[in-house]
Design a protein around this ligand. Structure first.
Ligand code: CS2
Length: 486
């Protein structure tokens, strides 16, 4: 275990916190303490605490179950410390222990403790990484989905919430009651306009709860948009063991990430903010061009690579990107479909960005998994591909690569690769109805899956037909035969 006690006695190659942990105060509460948060926001905040100790973080887990309980126990027994290993494509690495997490609360076990922090004036930012699909927005209507069962139940007992919406809004209600300022709601999810999406979700919930409260939140809280970027693989027990033996640590909660990291944010904070620019965060007026480039190039090509990559049987992204056919298809997708329909922020070359993305994917030492990337494809397709698909359809451009990507996604959902090996596709938003569509051999009805909802208002007849055609080829002859001609 890594604990406060061993901080003075870390291996020479491991860098510890640059500050005395006892001097740190609570300033941020974060929902969703996953690997990405720990390699990104926490990594940035950790660097400014020495000079700005008032921005320590309280981590909150929202989910039930044994795994969540185990994770909470591990955080607590490690004094909320963990190691971050940063690896470069060259294989170079560095290791540090991150100390900015001050406590870890499991919300279902102690909802009142979470609410007390939310109502504490020391907490001035509430951040979250709750996944692309976590904002409960109905893609068809573009509105917060009030029919969701958990939301309904929170609306019935709003003072005893269980969803992130219920917690944040109840926390803000308590602050209003107490005459305290609101806090900034800072989404760190990989969404277009993540702040606007968060605003829609939290205000949508608040409106259904109490219109006056919604108004107060709208006037007093802010929801800055940001672009977040750092590839952070899942940590399996094998990876954990390997990291520990390489690092000379005994860490129950190690994280590994690429050496690259980027955070571009709009400077709209309701109640102060840490001087994150000192740690390299770029504050800009409008984050749109940055997020468009990141989502439409990096994330979009990640899934364009990994849906077929899983089917071929590649476990790692670095293997898939080394495959000339799959890489060529991704390059063609970027060159033909994405770059011509994308506007770059001033000073950024999209060609250089493309090359850097493919270079980052080739980072073998990081061991990023194709199944991690392919997971939650239903939400990711809607976020990462929609603009490109819409521009392709509207501009009557070549649909071949998009159709291939959609077909590969649908085949990937069957859970068996071309070698006959089985795996478990992860689709957290699917219920039985979606799995029935996904597993059915009726290729036409599979197109009703919500993954493709965001362009259903356009004429998709030719695209749909092409997807069905390509899927048949994948099924009968394999992914490589089905790849679009180049
Ligand atoms: C990946 C992202 O899940 C995905 O599809 O593209 O997790 C990616 O690693 C991050 O967005 C990198 O910032």
């Amino acid at each position: 275990m890594i604990t406060n006690k061993i901080l003075n006695d870390l291996p020479k190659t491991v860098q510890g916190p640059s500050y005395d942990r006892d001097t740190i105060k609570n300033g941020i509460l974060h929902f969703g303490v996953g690997n990405f948060f720990r390699a990104h926001e926490a990594f940035y905040v950790d660097q400014i605490l020495r000079d700005s100790p008032e921005w320590g973080i309280i981590g909150v887990g929202l989910t039930h179950g044994d795994r969540s309980k185990k994770k909470a126990d591990e955080f607590i027994s490690q004094d909320c410390l963990y190691s971050l290993t940063e690896t470069a494509p060259s294989g170079d690495r560095s290791v540090r222990v991150i100390g900015c997490l001050r406590d870890y609360l499991l919300a279902p076990a102690d909802p009142e403790a979470v609410l007390a922090h939310l109502a504490d004036p020391a907490i001035r930012i509430v951040s979250m990484t709750i996944t692309e699909g976590g904002y409960n927005i109905d893609e068809k209507t573009g509105e917060f989905d009030l029919s969701d069962a958990d939301v309904q139940s929170d609306l019935k007992t709003p003072e005893k919430p269980s969803t992130v919406f219920g917690y944040v809004v109840e926390g803000l209600r308590r602050r209003r009651e107490a005459g305290l300022p609101a806090f900034t709601v800072m989404s760190c999810d990989n969404l277009r306009h993540n702040g606007n999406v968060a605003r829609k979700a939290f205000l949508g919930y608040a409106r259904a709860r109490d219109a006056e409260l919604e108004k107060w939140i709208e006037e007093n809280a802010t929801f800055p948009n940001s672009m977040v970027d750092r590839i952070t693989p899942s940590v399996t027990p094998d990876i954990r063991a390997k990291l520990n033996s390489e690092n000379g640590l005994d860490d129950d909660l190690p994280v590994i990430a690429e050496d690259f990291h980027q955070w571009v944010m709009e400077d709209h904070f309701a109640n102060g903010r840490p001087p994150l620019e000192k740690a390299g965060v770029q504050f800009v007026e409008d984050v749109t061009p940055y997020e468009q480039v990141k989502i439409r190039m990096l994330n979009a090509s990640h899934i364009m690579l990994c849906f077929p990559g899983v089917l071929v049987g590649y476990e790692y992204v670095a293997q898939a990107v080394k495959d000339g056919d799959l890489r060529g298809n991704v390059e063609a997708f970027l060159n033909e479909d994405v770059i011509p329909t994308l506007t770059a922020p001033a000073g950024l070359s999209l060609e250089e960005y493309r090359d850097s993305v493919l270079h980052r994917f080739s980072n073998a030492a990081m061991g990023d998994q194709t199944l991690r990337i392919a997971g939650d494809g239903c939400s990711k397709i809607q976020v990462f591909w929609t603009d490109t698909v819409r521009k392709t359809l509207e501009g009557k451009r070549d649909i071949a690569r998009i159709a291939f990507g959609m077909a590969a996604y649908l085949e990937m959902l069957r859970g068996v690769n071309e070698k006959g090996d089985h795996y478990t596709p992860n689709e957290p938003t699917f219920r039985d109805a979606q799995w029935t569509l996904a597993k059915s051999d009726d290729f036409t009805s599979a197109l009703e899956l919500p993954a493709f909802d965001a362009w259903r208002d356009l004429d998709t007849a030719a695209l749909d037909q092409k997807v069905v055609e390509i899927r048949k080829i994948i099924r009968e002859k394999g992914v490589k035969v089905a790849l679009p001609a180049r």
